[in-house]
Ligand binder design. Structure first.
Ligand code: PLP
Length: 405
């Protein structure tokens, strides 16, 4: 059997392995150190009671003849699809057809699997720094050329740095697929409608596709920030949107997300236009047997008045942590970005210190763990990511330790 050489030649995910390794060495030397982890990208607050109760009720229903459900529909139950259309999109003036929403077990699988729709010679662009899944999933399929000095030869990197206000430049016209993620992981920054519009215009006129990852849209607090790319006219012709209940409702361990593929979005086989909605439908019906009934009932309960109120309490809690980091670090003289519409704070390392050196400094002197920006791409060098997913007490303590550095 011949293995997938592209998968084999993928560089190891040094980032989290390196972090774990350094923490292990540190704790071996300092077993009593009170480490505060602000590197984690996982939520920590429990599920809403209403949501958990609905999942339990659905599980109990499954033990009755009338409540039992076998294989779920490949693309999701109508009760959840309708809740999403009516709660996430309609209030923002976005009308989606029932068959334009696909329920899944999360945004990571969706963005990872989406590249199966692209031909091998599809040219990809990503913002830099970037959520690594967009890059690695395309690299596994041999679409990115060779990897040297932290860069793929066939990938277009769009730098997002303080000098351009973290607004990426438009990609070249040879780019077929652009991945955008807003609110952004890792920078925590957002795009206004005016800043997003040129990307949609570019994609429409260039017949390119935008994969828009809106996994953190629940954290948006400002009115002029779009929660969906479909708030921009023309996006329903050129964009696919990936969403998740993970960071919205604490579903990282429950697993549920959804993807929107408007029927107007076309790709090409030769010069022939092909509906990506149809292509994804075909792919999904072969490879998926859907998401479990209790999980979809729980996801739908997020949109009930009590489910939503309890869920947003958690989002507010994380946003308050982000605010503690932003204001405290600013006060201490650090340059900080993101954090107002996002659970991520992106800080400039002092005196342009390499991000791994800053990691070591923080670990050894403050006993605080974050994530070195370089791990998210070449333009992440000189930056550092802190997350708001710890407790308020730990977050405040970490900030005072950074102030004292
Ligand atoms: N998209 C982005 C940008 C993320 O940061 C994450 C998780 O960290 C995901 C998607 C994963 O979402 P899910 O848990 O639904 O797979």
């Amino acid at each position: 059997m011949k293995c997938n050489a592209d998968l084999y030649s993928l560089p190891s995910n040094y980032l989290f392995a390196d972090i774990a390794d350094r923490i292990k060495k540190f704790t071996a030397l300092h077993p009593d150190a009170d480490l505060i982890r602000l590197g984690i990208g996982d939520v920590t607050r429990p599920l809403s009671r209403a949501v958990a109760q609905e999942m339990a009720d659905a599980a109990a229903d499954m033990s009755t003849p009338e409540g039992f459900h076998g294989y779920p529909p490949d693309y999701g139950y109508s009760f959840l699809i309708d809740a999403i259309r009516n709660s996430d999109y309609l209030p923002r003036g976005i009308r989606l057809d029932y068959d334009e929403v696909f329920i899944s077990d999360g945004a990571k699988p969706d963005v990872g699997n989406l590249q199966e729709l692209f031909s091998k010679d599809t040219k990809i662009a990503v913002t830099d720094p970037v959520y690594p899944v967009y890059v690695d999933s395309n690299a596994m399929s041999g679409r990115l050329g060779s990897f040297a000095d932290g860069r793929w030869s066939g990938l277009e990197y769009l730098p997002c740095v303080k000098e351009n206000g973290f607004v990426p430049p438009l990609p070249g016209n040879d780019v077929d697929v652009l991945y955008l993620c807003y609110p952004n992981n890792p920078t925590g920054t957002v795009l206004t409608k005016d800043q997003l519009r040129p990307f949609v215009d570019w994609a429409v006129s260039n017949h390119s596709l935008i994969v828009y990852d809106a996994a953190y849209k629940a954290y948006i607090t400002q009115d002029d920030i779009p929660r969906s790319i479909y708030e921009i006219p023309g996006a329903d012709e050129c964009a696919i949107e990936c969403c998740s209940f993970s960071k919205t409702a604490g579903f990282t361990g429950v697993r549920c997300g959804y993807m929107v593929i408007p029927k107007k979005v076309m790709g090409y086989v030769g010069s022939r236009p092909v509906s990506l909605n149809q292509l994804w439908r075909r792919r999904t019906s072969t490879k998926s047997n859907g998401v479990s009934y209790p999980v979809q009932r729980a996801a739908a309960a997020v949109y009930t008045p009590r489910g939503w109120a309890e869920t947003m309490e958690n989002v507010k809690y994380y946003l308050a942590n982000a605010e503690v980091m932003l204001s405290g670090l600013k006060e201490a003289g650090y340059e900080v970005y993101g954090g107002t519409n996002s659970p991520y704070v992106w800080m400039k390392t002092p005196n342009d210190m390499p991000s791994w050196d800053f990691f070591d400094l923080l670990l050894n002197k403050a006993h605080v763990v974050g994530t070195p920006g370089k791990g998210f791409g070449p333009s992440g060098e000189g930056y550092f990511r802190l997350t708001a997913f710890n407790t308020l007490e730990n977050t405040a303590e970490a900030v005072s330790r950074l102030k004292a550095l």
